[in-house]
Ligand binder design. Structure first.
Ligand code: ATP
Ligand code: MG
Length: 440
């Protein structure tokens, strides 16, 4: 009797020596009956294999096989037989077939036909949509990106933390927060772990990182914004300037990209038609200089340097032309464009010790050195129209020994999207949330 304990994935099965007996299990990807032979392409997480069910061998098994439908779940025990025209050059000639689950309604979408289905419908039927090898690959790449970063930060002395996502005040300023009924109070979903990661550095953890959800009540519909995204945040103490943070972010990002390249570049090329190439160099360019590169174009920077998406895109193209790289830092953003906790530049308080990392014309990281001097911090808070008494838990931290520090936050879906050349960030989120979507 066939046992699922003996099951191997299809990618191992197609490599098994001819004559070996194997057990595979998965979904019916395609089915074809030709005379007395039934051909089933079986799909599992790792690939496809052609199963051949011959009437001569067992009429009963043949009858059962010919009634299968796409996406039924089956297990097969059989013999690996060379077959030039088949996937991987082999067939699995069935000796036993077990039907584990039958589809009981017509398929609303077809996993291998994802291109013909609108993104909205695909997201409505996400579990079927994700059965497409191409769509599953997006999340295997994402898993690689996140874990490469996790390993990198651990190796560099960062401690992983998990901070509360229920907060009393908006941290990043602005009105983009979700209120939550919290007993007899109103709380908010955290826009970022900003204040808490700073707290842990000041608490003496020195270097911390967190990969967790961040919530932004961004009402606008764009291909780059979700209302819930995964933020990979770092914060580090005893820095001399924002360059120390940039260095860490750069190395983590390159590490993540190179791990994806070495594990998945072939599959990504095959299923997404994208080359994962590592940038030769990651440059740093001051925002004012970056703006000079797009002077005289249809989208020049505004005079206050509060740049938007279209400027980032234009700067991305200009930098690629000028310096031959699509991964670079823009530094020294204006004070008006950054949150209250950002340290201002020494030479010009209109600018800040801050940076963004731009990849293929899209912002994937924002970071800065933080203001750690109590009186300056209070001043800056008031300048931004925030009420210091609302942030007393935070401000207290700066009265009892706060080292110079800085950090950054990276959007995991933004990185996935840019790495894989996806047109919409929703494709890079298992269960995207936007102003219209709360299900599945
Ligand atoms: P943008 O200007 O693109 O809206 P932001 O500057 O408001 O982003 P930050 O507060 O700097 O965002 O957040 C840090 C990082 O988190 C961004 O660089 C981006 O990668 C990611 N991020 C921010 N907001 C979103 C969002 N709504 N959806 C997905 N990722 C986001
Ligand atoms: Mg930003």
């Amino acid at each position: 009797m066939l046992s699922l304990k003996d099951r191997i994935y299809t990618n191992s099965a197609i490599k098994a020596p001819p004559g070996s007996k194997v057990v595979v299990a998965g979904w019916v990807h395609r089915l074809r009956v030709v005379g007395k032979i039934c051909f089933v392409i079986l799909r599992d997480r790792e690939g496809l294999i052609q199963v051949v069910i011959k009437r001569d061998k067992s009429p009963q098994m043949f009858d059962e096989a010919s009634q299968l439908k796409q996406e039924d779940v089956i297990a097969v025990k059989g013999e690996i037989v060379p077959s030039k025209a088949s996937i991987g050059g082999v067939d699995l000639v069935a000796e036993e077939l077990v039907v584990l689950s039958k589809t009981i309604a017509p398929l609303p979408i077809f996993p291998d036909d994802w291109e013909k289905t609108s993104l909205a419908k695909r997201l409505d039927w996400r579990f079927l949509d994700l059965r497409s090898p191409r769509n599953l690959l997006i999340f295997r790449v994402q898993d690689k990106l996140e874990n490469a970063m996790r390993h990198f930060y651990r190796e560099n002395g960062f401690i992983e933390i998990h901070t509360s996502k229920l907060v009393a005040e908006a941290t990043e300023g602005g009105a983009e927060v979700f209120p939550v009924i919290y007993f007899d109070k109103t709380a908010f979903l955290a826009q970022s772990p900003q204040l808490y990661k700073q707290m842990m550095v000041i608490a003496g953890f020195e270097r911390v990182f967190e990969s967790g959800p961040a919530y932004r009540a961004e009402k606008h519909h764009t291909p780059r914004h979700l209302t819930e995204y995964q933020s990979i945040d770092i914060e580090m103490g005893f820095i001399e300037g924002p360059e120390d943070v940039m260095d860490m972010v750069e190395r983590a990002t390159l590490r993540a990209l190179s791990e994806v390249a070495s594990s998945y570049s072939k599959l990504v090329k095959e299923l997404l038609d994208v080359d994962i190439t590592l940038p030769k160099e990651v440059i740093k360019i001051k925002l004012t200089d970056a703006c000079r590169l797009i002077e005289g174009t249809p989208t020049p920077c505004p005079s206050n340097y509060d740049i938007s998406t279209e400027h980032e895109k234009a700067i991305g193209e200009a930098v690629a032309n000028e310096y031959g790289t699509d991964l670079f830092f823009i530094t020294d953003y204006p004070w008006i464009a950054r949150p209250f906790y950002t340290m201002k530049s020494d030479d010009n308080p209109e600018f800040t010790r801050s940076f963004d990392l731009i990849y293929k014309g899209v912002e994937i990281v924002s970071g800065s050195q933080r203001e750690h001097r109590y009186s300056k911090l209070v001043e800056q808070m008031m300048e931004k129209g925030l009420r210091p008494e609302k942030f007393s838990f935070y401000l207290e931290m700066f009265k009892y020994g706060a080292p110079p520090h800085g950090g950054a936050g990276l959007g995991l879906e933004r990185l996935t999207m840019t790495t894989l050349g996806l047109k919409n960030i929703r494709e890079a989120k298992l269960l995207p949330r936007d102003p219209e979507r709360l299900t599945p």
